[in-house]
Unconditional design. Sequence first.
Length: 151
Amino acid sequence: MKQDDLPSARILLVDDNRHGLTARRLILVDHGYEVETALSGEEAWEIFQTSRFDIVVTDLRMSGMDGLELIRRIRAADVPTRTILLSGFAGCLGLNEQSAGADEVITKSNREVNELLRAVRKLTVRPPRRGAGSQGPPGKGGAKSRTAQVG
């Protein structure tokens, strides 16, 4: 699939590891996605409340608010935003999509980049989450989500 064929997506990328955050941001931007970053769960939550994102990609372990708490808050906000949880501990903690509340769980590994790009592509074409307030204007934050718009 050519880059021009991919639907656009606005992504909030969250990781307290500056190097990992920068590397993932560069990869996603290089593949045509609009990416905003946050170095903590608290910073991400503040940004999320004032902007609309199609996907939030968050690390699990961060000081302060961790990725699971950020995902819980996003779900409670009743918005169509999709979530991806990244963790080097997903396997040993037994994390999966149901237990984490995320749409995708990706283990940090040598296959992470391919899995992240696959997950983002998949979530940008999937219809908005059921029960999310996709009818009418969004709660806080401005423009409607572009998750369901293809191409």
